[in-house]
Design a protein around this ligand. Structure first.
Ligand SMILES: Nc1nc2c(c(=O)[nH]1)N[C@H]1C(S)=C(S)[C@@H](COP(=O)(O)O)O[C@H]1N2
Ligand SMILES: [Mo]
Length: 221
């Protein structure tokens, strides 16, 4: 038997699996496999309805007027109208919502452009490390680039097969399922890539800069 026939440690199934975890950032960000009993983060309770939370302004942005500007530390800045956004590659994701006000809602189906496909288009520069989202109601929120790039994060136009309603952030909102829902900007207007972080609306008002619900990162101290 030749030496080639015996598998080396480097191509064992476990090694390959762990390599794919590293590529996906599993156990760090994005989709994390948890037993059903651990699906609900600490301090959360399940709801079946879908509560509305925002600053009380509910901007009405007709699709004909909607724009998404992408600027900052990217090779290919964009200014998309709605038709251009809708013409991008489509992805479906079914994810859980965890709001810092303690409600969680399971199995929400979103359709839109995955943040990974979006990143392939705009090509962040090597020094880009943060993403700042700005919305039509003046809201802002910040994300580390690797959180924005989570496997199941999506720039969504639909929920459960229907266009997002105005109250839930239509025409377009972000959904970053592995963080508290305040990171998921409704009525998305602009995505800015930055080399330095810039805390957003809630992050400068006592809320945690990252907001991992499983680590109960609710408040900044
Ligand atoms: N533009 C904008 N996005 C926002 C907010 C907001 O006030 N303005 N509120 C955040 C908060 S605190 C939460 S919990 C979720 C609520 O989304 P929902 O109303 O669709 O449940 O939106 C987030 N995104
Ligand atoms: Mo929230």
């Amino acid at each position: 038997m030749s030496d080639d026939a015996s598998p080396t440690p480097d191509d064992s199934k476990l090694t390959r699996t762990k390599e794919s975890w590293a590529r996906e950032g599993r156990f760090l960000t994005g989709r994390v496999v948890r037993p059903e009993a651990e699906r609900l983060p600490p301090g959360q309770h399940l709801v079946r309805n879908w509560p509305v939370l925002d600053l009380g302004l509910t901007p009405g942005v007709p699709t004909e007027r909607w724009r998404l500007d992408v600027k900052g530390a990217v090779e290919r800045p964009q200014s998309w109208d709605f038709a251009t956004f809708r013409a991008q590659k489509q992805t479906s994701e079914t994810t859980d919502i965890h709001c810092v006000t303690t409600w969680s809602r399971y199995d929400n189906r979103w359709d839109g452009l995955s943040t990974r496909d979006f990143l392939d288009i705009v090509q962040p520069r090597a020094d880009a490390a943060f993403v700042i989202l700005s919305s039509y109601d003046g809201y802002t929120t910040n994300l580390a680039l690797e959180d924005f790039a989570a496997e199941n994060a999506i720039i969504a136009h639909s929920w459960e097969g229907e266009p997002l309603t105005r109250e839930h952030g239509g025409p377009i909102r972000l959904v970053v399922p592995h963080l508290y829902f305040w990171k998921s900007a409704k009525w998305l207007r602009e995505i800015e890539f930055r080399t330095r972080d810039q805390p957003g609306f809630w992050e400068v008002r006592g809320y945690h800069n990252r907001g991992d619900p499983f680590a109960e990162e609710r408040y900044s101290d």
